[in-house]
Design a protein around this ligand. Sequence first.
Ligand code: ATP
Ligand code: MG
Length: 416
Amino acid sequence: MRQSQLFGKTLREAPRDEISLNAKLLTRGGFIYKNSAGVYSFLPLGWRVIRKIADIIREEMNAIGGQEMFMAALHDKRYLTATGRWNVDVVFKVLAGGEKEPSFNISWTHEEIIAEIAAKYISSYKDLPLAAYQIQTKFRHEPRAKSGLLRGREFLMKDLYSFHSSEKDLMDYYEKVAVAYHKIFKRCGLKSIYTLAAGGEFTANYTHEFQVIADVGEDVIYVCEGCAYAENKEISKLKAGGQCPQCRGRVEEKKSIEVGNIFPLGTKYSEAFDLLFANEKGEKKHVVMGSYGIGLGRTLGTIVETSHDEKGIMWPETVAPFRVHLLEIKSTSSVVKRVAQKLYKTLLAREVEVLYDDRDEKTAGEKFADADLIGLPLRAVISEKTIAQKGIEVKKRSEREAKIISAKELLKLASC
Ligand code: ATP
Ligand code: MG
């Protein structure tokens, strides 16, 4: 992609109404645009990151038998009234033309929707187990939407739902999902801590959250220094400095961001929607359900919060919008442009994802500052100086020192 044509430009200053670091850096870098508090649009750079996160999630969900689908976002009132959730605070209700009372809501979660659909297609133990997921927009009327992508009123969520013939089968699958979640977050460059938590509006059971330690986090967890056993403060009887119930190690109190949450739902939703199956003996039983969520925008925001320096973002290679930032430094000689263009074409031919800063009006200093702000893993500079040295100046975003290497070496570095 030529930067001169990119939809979205870098900004020198962060917008005054943004207080969170992720929103400041992502707005300045041209990744996102704020439409209103907690409501963001993704510009091409930001959308590339979201798509990479989505691809990682898809791979791991497919690997544990999840089937991707896409459910309706406009929900008839009868769904939430069936489970007593119509009056949950965060639900956005929709007033259609001429109505005095809302008769629909927009999706805040999909347990009711999928339970009803599943009731139509599951009838026997032979249909079980089953797991399906989607990546879709959720809407929640969050009172405090000041944390950028960490807390949106509109946000993308991957939600997986599973259906089982027994509690035991659910819990076996639940553990598989937990392993898949750790893999997803690890691949996104995040260290997630498996944390015992409450079920909120979803279930009376305990649930597990995936927490990433960060000072901006709104959650507080007690986590063991030794074995990383953790409990959310909301439900915990542990104390900072106390003993871990698992390994007797020391428990610490940490602020953290909840990037994922998994819920052993039991039969609450299958009871509400007559989701039944006939067992081997022909007896009708309620299907046992689980649900499992990951916020894509929150994951992206968490990556920025935990991977940046004073100059800008430092994307992990797996989710970076492009792998290489190729900077062409302004010169009176046309050779620089020619060499840079040739390298750009070679990189494209090798299918290396490259952002080519071909902007003529920008100074070297501005280009370097933008490269640090946008934060691609590898910066490659072509200038009169590098041409005189018969090479390309290359620097990893995570390193301080640049070095001169050959085009061949760059291709090797960029393609692996
Ligand atoms: P929180 O406690 O932070 O409000 P939640 O526990 O209500 O979140 P869940 O219903 O568990 O959220 O949602 C599953 C996942 O969706 C969360 O783990 C998080 O990654 C993401 N998520 C939830 N609410 C938001 C939000 N307002 N903005 C962005 N992502 C969110
Ligand atoms: Mg949660």
